[in-house]
Design a protein around this ligand. Structure first.
Ligand code: AMP
Ligand code: ZN
Ligand code: ZN
Length: 500
């Protein structure tokens, strides 16, 4: 492993020293404003970027909970935070292309990796297993013509975006990689993580396990990410050599073009593992449900983006190892109505109870110990049809959802299409969502492996998303991450059998 990267800053002062004069002045001003607005806030460096913590919480979360801040200081604190985040975001985007990003490879491939294959991992958020048949498109046809398609990709529980994206790249169930929901509370650190909290998302200490880009970078192979949950964090001191701060407004075409530009780099710096992410189908599916005009339109848009990607991949000159595109979805989608909702407030007394996340399942932290949790569980189960509450240690084994206190003291698991949560979070209109038990067919996503020269189309049965990370590191010739919840070699065998 080489260390050509500039060492990451450890203090605000070190960070300031790396900035151009104008940015330095802006950041110094923000620092003053934060000190005035939130005198107890403690300076720290999170992923190479200045951050603040206050009463054990990241300042971003602190800003979202203004009632914790003295009223007269509130405005200044929020303003300062907004500005700070803006600067941090700019710094990350710059850092993505500069040596400020701590990447294990230092942005250069060790010579023995130059002949390795190149793998592009594309996530189509919420692209259900049957969309390829329900909404066919000319570019999907191109993909399948040289592809192996699975009957479905089985997600981990809960079938949500952050838990499953991180399962796909680590091979670990959410109970082992730490992202047990899109938003959750960690009683051990008395702090919350949320996918919209950019400081938490970039704080590597939330993540367990080793994503594929870390495995690659640590072994001197360049990795790049055009969006993926966890990619912005410095996990065990490592980020992809090229990474983008998440911005859902960037058009898919721009994401594709940038990824293709990365593939056109000289062999020394060209990434061998790349991620790409489109949220289009998740957005469309949420709006109208999986069988709506919105979903159909979203799939059509994705077909066009895949056409642009295939045009580029067919022409890419990536050397002897060749290229493989793996198309995955984090989960599927199912329709719900607002009437199919249980408001927890009407079922139990919420005094000293924290409902960290709701929807097809709920994560509940209970003050008052195990006895109170048991009482609440029984109250819920006496009054609620269409779902069941469990103490964490009793969650059905098949869900693999017990081993982390972030899961909560109680888990409410609803039957599809029912949802649970606080009355104020109840949906007002019908739509689509996901999060239910992966045993429901509707929760399965798409899986296609494409190679430009492969004979296709070919079919395999269902694939488990915990198998993907190990498949990728094996294909890249890397020593695998130390642990997996998948079965090493299983996906490779499925694909081999199909290609025979
Ligand atoms: P879900 O609520 O599970 O449907 O989450 C889907 C949403 O996750 C998308 O619409 C994006 O807004 C968000 N998202 C996806 N990837 C990222 C990321 N890397 N960083 C932050 N947010 C993301
Ligand atoms: Zn998703
Ligand atoms: Zn979604």
């Amino acid at each position: 492993m080489k260390s050509r990267a500039t060492p990451a800053p450890r203090t605000h002062d070190e960070y300031l020293a790396t900035l151009a004069a104008d940015k330095r002045a802006t950041l110094a001003k923000l620092r003053k404003a934060i000190a005035a607005a939130a005198p107890g806030a403690e300076e720290c460096i999170s992923n190479g970027i200045p951050a603040y913590r206050h009463e054990g919480r990241s300042i971003a979360e602190f800003a979202l909970k203004p009632k914790r801040v003295a009223a007269k200081k509130r405005g200044a604190a929020s303003r300062a935070v907004t500005l700070l985040l803006a600067v941090a975001l700019a710094a990350t985007t710059l850092g993505a292309q500069s040596s400020a990003t701590p990447s294990g490879s230092g942005g250069h491939n060790d010579p023995h990796h130059v002949a390795a294959p190149t793998i592009v991992l594309l996530s189509l958020d919420g692209f259900r297993y049957d969309y390829l048949d329900r909404y066919p498109g000319p570019n999907f046809a191109r993909l399948l013509a040289h592809g192996v398609r699975a009957d479905g990709l089985i997600p981990a529980f809960p079938s949500k975006t952050f838990p499953n994206h991180f399962t796909i790249v680590t091979g670990l169930e959410p109970q082992h990689h730490g992202l047990v929901a899109n938003r959750f509370y960690d009683p051990a650190r008395n702090a919350s993580y949320g996918m919209s909290d950019s400081l938490a998302v970039r704080d590597g200490t939330w993540y367990h396990g080793e994503p594929v880009w870390v495995t690659a970078e640590r072994q001197g192979m360049v990795a790049a990410s055009y969006f993926w949950p966890g990619s912005e964090a410095d996990i065990g001191g490592v980020r992809p050599s090229r990474v983008k701060a998440y911005d859902g407004k960037v058009p898919n075409a721009e994401r594709v073009d940038t990824l293709l530009a990365w593939l056109a780099l000289p062999a020394d710096t060209r990434p061998h593992f790349l991620t790409l992410y489109f949220s289009t189908t998740d957005d469309g599916g949420h709006r109208g449900g999986p069988e709506s005009a919105e979903a159909a339109e979203a799939v059509r848009t994705v077909d066009v983006s895949i056409g642009r990607l295939l045009d580029g991949l067919e022409r890419a000159n990536v050397g002897a190892g060749g290229i493989e595109l793996i198309v995955v979805a984090d989960h599927g989608m199912a329709a719900y109505t607002p009437a199919q909702y249980v408001a927890l407030d009407t079922v139990i007394d919420l005094q000293d109870v924290r409902v960290a996340d709701g929807g097809p399942n709920a994560n509940i932290h209970v003050g008052g110990g195990r006895d109170r949790a048991t009482l609440l569980r029984d109250s819920i189960n006496r009054r609620m049809e269409h779902g069941r509450a469990y103490l964490r240690e009793d969650v059905p084994e098949a869900l693999h959802y017990r081993d982390d206190s972030r899961i909560g003291d109680l888990v409410v698991v609803m039957a599809l299409p029912w949802q649970v949560g606080l009355a104020r979070s109840a949906p007002r209109s019908a739509g689509g969502t996901h999060g239910w038990d992966p045993a429901n067919r509707e929760m399965q996503g798409v899986f296609v492996s494409w190679r430009p020269d492969a004979a296709g189309p070919a079919r395999i049965g269902t694939v488990r998303n915990v198998d993907i990370a190990r498949y990728i590191t094996d294909r890249l010739g890397l020593a695998p991450a130390p642990t997996t919840d998948g079965v090493p070699g299983r996906l490779a065998q499925q694909l081999k059998d199909a290609r025979r």
